[in-house]
Every structure is written in C-alpha cells, then in structure tokens.
Design a protein around this ligand. Structure first.
Ligand code: BGC
Length: 728
C-alpha cells in the first residue's frame, strides 16, 4: 500500500475541537479561517506595495524604505481580534508584539482561541543563509535540515509559529525569478530538499518553543508558468504533472508538513486556489494530508481576475468547497462564509472541516495550553550568534559552484588583488530575495572580508586600472532581480558588467569573475573574459568570508549545479537535463530538432561543478535485485587535494510505452576522498522509481533494457545496462 502522510489526529484533541466547534458561531468560524496582515500606520498614507513601487522607480532609496518599514507602527486590527474575526496573522516579527496580541485573543475574545503567526522564513531569519537554489547545490540533506533548524530557532523566538517554506516548485525555466527559491530543475532534489526543511523546522515535537510549522508551497507546478512569467498559466499533460511536478510536494507533505499553500497559477484552466482535484482528491484523499491549507496572498480574490469567479463571494464559495482552509489576507472568507452557509452554497460540514484543520494545527503547536511561546529575552539571545554565522559560512562554502578554473585558483595570500564591480563592496546585496528581517550591515561583503583577512587589495575605479597581480571582479544580479515578480526575458549579463570584465581582460592580467545571481545566467562572454568563474549566487550573511575560503583554498569547492546554465535565453524553456528524445534528435543534419543560431545543450549542464582535485570513475556495474536495480562504481581522487565529490546516478528507459527522458536522476551520494583514496559506491534504484504513467494513466514499470549512468555530472558518466525480467 502507498505510504500516507503522517498521522496528525489525536483522539483527545479531536474531542476538544468538537467541543469548540459546537460553541462557535458562523462568524467565529469564518474568523478562524481569516489570516490578517498588519497595515502601516503613521503620518503617511501609503501601503507596503506603494513603498516597493517608490523604491523601484527611484523615489525612495532602499535604506529609507527599510527604515520606514521597520520603524513604522502596524495596525493589527485589534477590534477584529477581540471579536473573533481573526484566526491568524502574517508578518509579526517581534515576540513582544505577538504576545500582546495573543493576550487579546486568549483573554478578551469570547472563546479565547489563540492565533498563530506566519512569516516567510525562506533561507534564514536574521542569519541569512544562501538562497535555496544555491543551497540545493550542496546536495546535502543534513545541511538543509541544520540550516532550517537554525532558522526556526531564530524565527520562533521572534513570535513566529509558521514559515511559508519550503518551496518545492520544480523550476526548469531560469527566466522565472522564483527559481531562486527552489532546489532547481530536478523533482527528486526538490523533494529531498523539502523533506529536510520540514524536519528541520518542525522537529519531532511541534510544541517545542523553537519549532515552526512548515508550509509546503506552491501546490502545484507553479515553476512551470508559461514563458517563465510569474503568476502565468500552467498547462500540461496529467502524466507530466504526476511524473515531474507532484513528487516533490508529495515527499515534503509525507515528511509531516503541517500546512500546504496552493499556488497562484491555474493548471489546465483551473486556478489551484479552487482546484478540487488538487486540494481534495490528491492532497487529502490520495496522500492522506491532515494538516491545513492556506491560500497564497490575496489569491482567493484573484480568482475574479482569472475569470473563474463572478465576485468575492463566488470566489470564497469555490475555494472553500475545493478544499482551501484559510484565506491569506483577501478577506473573501471573512466577508462571505456566513452568508454562503445560510444560503446553502457551502455546507456547514465543509466549513467545520476547514475550521477543524486550523484548530488542529493550533493544538499541535500547543497554543491552547501554552499561548505565549516566545519572550523578548529569547528574541535578543537567539539572533546571529557566532555559531549561526559559522553555519551560514559552511552553507555558503558548500553552495558556490566553481564553473571555470584555468590554473589561476586557488590564489595565494601575498598576491595583490584589484577588486572590481559594485557588488564586491555591497554587503546588503548579498542576502538575496526573501530576507525580510536581515539588518543593514549584517552581511559581509567581499571587500569587508578582504579587510578582515588582511588581504592587500586596490579598488578598480572607472578611469584607472591599478597595479596588481590579479583582478577579482564581482558581476551579476542585484537581489531585487530575482525572486517573486522578477521574471526576466533576457538572461545575458548586463552591459556594465560585461564592459568592466572586458576592460580587465585587456590588461593581460588574470581575471577571476565572482558571479552573484538568483538564477542561472548566460555566462558565455564571462567564460571568454575570465580565467576563473565562481558562481556565488546570493550567499547570505557570510558571503565575503565564504568566497575567500574557496578562492584561497582554505576550502575545496564541491558544489554542483541543480539547474543548467543557458547559452542564450532563447533555449528556455527546453534547457533542462531530463528532456525527452524527439524523432529527430539534434545532429549535424539540417532537419533535426535544433536552433540555427545556438546549441541545444546548456553552457554548463545539470550536476556540473569543479574542484581543486579531480575524480576518476571506473568499473561500473548494474544488476536486477528483488526490489529494483543495484548499481556500483569505483571513484578515486586522482589529484593532490582532499575533496568532496557529488556522485550522480541516472537511468534511462530506452524503449517504453510513452517517450521517456534521456536521463533521470535516481540517486546521488556525496563523499569525501583524500588524495589517492578510492571508494566503491553502490546505489539502489527501486522499481517504483523506474515507473511512469501510460497513455491511460496506468502506472507501469517495463521489463527490458534499462541504462544506468553514473558520474560527476549529467554529461560525464560511465554506462551499464540491465535487462529487467520481472514478467509483469
Ligand atoms: C508569495 C508566497 C508568500 C506569500 C506571503 C506571496 O506573494 O507567493 O510565496 O508566502 O506572498 O508573503
């Protein structure tokens, strides 16, 4: 039988929920399903959205906006809270404030039901770690879990109970800005990443004061938005949805996540917010999910824009009936659920079921017995400690991918460095997207780190190239250029950075490019202009220190890409490694599936990343076992450095009932080898993993040939064949 999601029901708690439900009015029930955001109050008449717009169009600096947002008071609609019209808040980041509001809920509302508070703790709270896309390049679930634990410790002490994380949207299109928040283009990696994050946030015991409820998002297939344009449509075959997109959510849900957030997008014409098939048939019935669903921000009201709901009441009706439990900030549930029940458009059982899911979470968090989980003292103690900085540094070291090294790295400490590019001097840019609680000055820039390590450097100015041994040039994206609502139609590096790199190149001295970005970029011209390239992403608070650790060889680079890098933007969205074979695979002949003006393959493939040592693969073997395929390979460290290698195992089913991918990641292993050391590794691939859906949506595993590929990246593998004879 298929494994179901963790059992979240406890008989005694269900009885307490029954007792509460029997005392609640329809208004109070609707109130439990409403999540409120705080509006800004003060001597100005602006929304948070207005402030963002002013930053974008230059009317306000980022520093001014930060000051305004962090210092201005918020209106938390206390009268509504007292009246039982608020079930949850989004965005409280202070234990004191949270406890003050909790007192109102518990002591002054009629039924004394506590509220919970959610926040986007995406890659750290105050101690910002690398963006998820970067951290995924470590291929290390234990690290993902440890950084989630750290985030939870910090955020919980600031009055937060739920994080809107992990995001496990498979992202095959780097034009989509939210690829930064994902674990890249691979379903297995996104699933493992999500599972580790859920464990790290929640622990085994959600009543712990330092635990956070995890919210798996965005269910489903948000990463497949057409054209890579945010919030756009998703239209795909049911087979593809099942095989490539749903598995990552399923794994994270079955790891025990307490919440799931349906996505903004529609799938084949039905917005996820009102998608009964997704929210009820798949999530609840098939996977056995017993936690709560919460809409994305304002998403229920946006069903009117989608053209699927006539008005706010119609949107509320469709969402609740489809299986949405809580409304994030739109107010549609609060305004309309009472009327909808009275009209018979929504049954009281459906309403009660949604309230039950929300109350179940509040009980699981221990809020009924222990509503004031954090205190101001804890808040001050937990943030940005030396141990947290050390973990952020380790995560950054393990996330940065060495893309090119023509014998210039590692650097030696006595060399004089010419430091170029604005991003080398701007710590605040290092946090990347979704770092709402980071403070100016928290992040160590490249120049800060060089000062700290007493490395001699001279800044490169616009009109002068200084005397130096080597140039270190920071290029790439600002933090606002990736993340939500940051899709791009051009992934080429900006002209200023390119001109700078070329200027340095002309000097004839070695050039090392450090690329900051929230997504794969087209780095062809950088490959031409630089002797070495370190893909640093947006690395978080320890950015500069971790970069120097790698550039100076204190740490040997080990990260490998979890999304391919395009040659040109026109290759998107067909860039990904697990594409299928057409009837006319790209070749020399004209009439094949290719471009006239660009290769089909990426510039850097999935799984790629260099080290200061080299690994050699030999003696691959693969056999059928009772449960699947057992494969082995020998790996040895053929260089002079100790190093970590991420060994990847792929398969292909060359003759199937439906066209299958040219490669599919089945397993991986991260190992450390000393110079000269060799190890034999084995991988188990269960039959289930080889399976797929046929034309009639029957899941099948074929007998016959399966090809196994093992190596250091998707292009660089050894091959073995197995003939499956299961007789089914
Ligand atoms: C994003 C979500 C996020 C929510 C709350 C939305 O715009 O899509 O990922 O959790 O805002 O901040």
């Amino acid at each position: 039988m298929e494994r179901k999601a963790g059992n979240m029901k406890d008989v005694k708690i269900e009885q307490r929920i029954d007792a509460l439900l029997s005392r609640m009015t329809l208004e109070e029930k609707a109130g439990q399903l409403h999540q409120a955001g705080g509006s800004l109050v003060g001597a100005f008449d602006m929304t948070i959205g207005d402030i963002f717009t002013m930053v974008e169009d230059g009317r306000m600096t980022r520093e001014e906006a930060h000051k305004l947002l962090s210092e201005s008071k918020r209106d938390w609609q206390e009268e509504d809270l007292r009246a039982g019209r608020i079930g949850s808040y989004i965005g409280i980041t202070s234990a004191e404030e949270m406890n003050r509001l909790q007192h109102i809920a518990v002591e002054e509302s009629r039924l004394g039901i506590p509220v919970f508070n959610g926040f986007d703790v995406i890659h750290g709270f105050r101690t910002i770690t690398p963006i998820p896309l970067a951290e995924s390049c470590a291929w290390e679930p234990a690290l993902w879990e440890r950084t989630a634990r750290m985030s939870a410790e910090e955020a919980s002490s600031a009055g937060i109970h739920m994080t809107f994380s992990p995001m496990v949207d498979v992202s095959k299109d780097p034009r989509w800005g939210r690829i930064a928040e994902s674990a890249g283009e691979e379903a297995l990696l996104n699933g493992l990443y999500g599972e580790a994050k859920v464990k790290g946030y929640q622990t085994e015991d959600l009543t712990r004061h330092d635990a956070l409820a995890a919210c798996v998002k965005h269910f489903a297939a948000y990463g497949a938005a057409e054209g890579g344009r945010d919030y756009n449509r998703v239209d795909m075959s049911p087979q593809r949805l099942e095989e490539e997109y749903l598995p990552s959510y399923e794994r994270a849900v079955k790891a025990g996540a307490w919440a799931v957030m349906p996505a903004f997008n529609d799938i084949s014409g039905v917005p996820c917010s009102v998608n009964r098939k997704l929210l009820t048939d798949i999530l609840r019935r098939r996977w056995g999910f017993e936690g709560m669903t919460i809409s994305d921000a304002n998403a229920i009201a946006e069903c009117i824009n989608h053209g699927i709901a006539a008005d706010r009441q119609d949107a509320a009706r469709q969402a609740l009936n489809a299986g949405m439990d809580m409304d994030m900030t739109s107010g549609c549930f609060l305004e309309n659920l009472k009327t909808l029940v009275e009209n018979g458009a929504v049954s009281v059982e459906t309403l009660d079921e949604a309230v039950r899911h929300v109350l179940r979470l509040k009980f699981a968090l221990g809020l009924f017995d222990d509503p004031y989980r954090s205190s101001a003292a804890q808040e001050r103690a937990a943030m940005l400690t030396p141990a947290h900085r050390a973990l952020a540094r380790e995560a950054a070291q393990k996330s940065m991918v060495l893309l090119k090294n023509e014998g210039v790295l590692p650097l030696e400490k006595h060399m004089c460095v010419g430091l170029a590019g604005k991003l080398a001097f701007d710590g605040d840019e290092m946090s990347g997207t979704w770092a709402g609680f980071v403070k100016p000055g928290d992040c160590v820039s490249l120049s800060d780190a060089m000062h700290g390590a007493s490395i001699a450097f001279v800044p490169v100015t616009e009109d002068m190239l200084p005397e130096c041994d080597v140039f270190l040039c920071a290029v790439g994206e600002h933090k606002e250029e990736s993340g939500e609502a940051a899709s791009r139609a051009r992934l080429e590096l900006n002209e200023t950075d390119l001109a700078l790199l070329r200027r340095l190149r002309e000097s004839g001295r070695p050039v090392i490019a450090v690329v900051f970005a929230g997504r794969p970029l087209c780095l062809g011209p950088v490959v031409e202009a630089a002797d070495a390239i370190l893909m640093a992403w947006h690395p978080g608070v320890e950015a500069g220190n971790a970069i120097l650790d790698l550039l100076y060889g204190r740490v040997n680079p080990s990260a490998k890409l979890t999304a391919g890098f395009p040659v040109t933007t026109g290759q998107c969205p067909t860039l990904y490694y697990d594409h299928i074979m057409t009837g006319r695979p790209a070749g020399k002949f004209k009439f094949t599936s290719k471009y006239l003006d660009s290769p089909v393959e990426p510039l850097f493939p999935f799984g790629f990343g260099l080290s200061y040592t080299s690994f050699h693969y030999s003696d691959i073997s693969a056999v059928q076992t009772e449960d699947g395929i057992h494969a082995e390979i020998s790996v040895d460290n053929a260089g002079d450095w100790a190093g970590d290698e991420i060994v990847q195992c792929y398969f292909r089913d060359p003759v199937a009932r439906r066209v299958r991918p040219v490669r599919k990641l089945a397993a991986f292993s991260k190992i450390t080898l000393q110079p000269g050391e060799s190890r034999r590794l084995s991988f188990e691939i269960p039959f289930q993993m080889l399976g797929y859906y046929d034309q009639d949506m029957h899941f099948c595993v074929d007998d016959g040939q399966i090809e196994i590929f093992i190596g250091g990246n998707v292009w660089d593998t050894e091959k073995a064949d197995v003939i499956l004879t299961r007789g089914e």
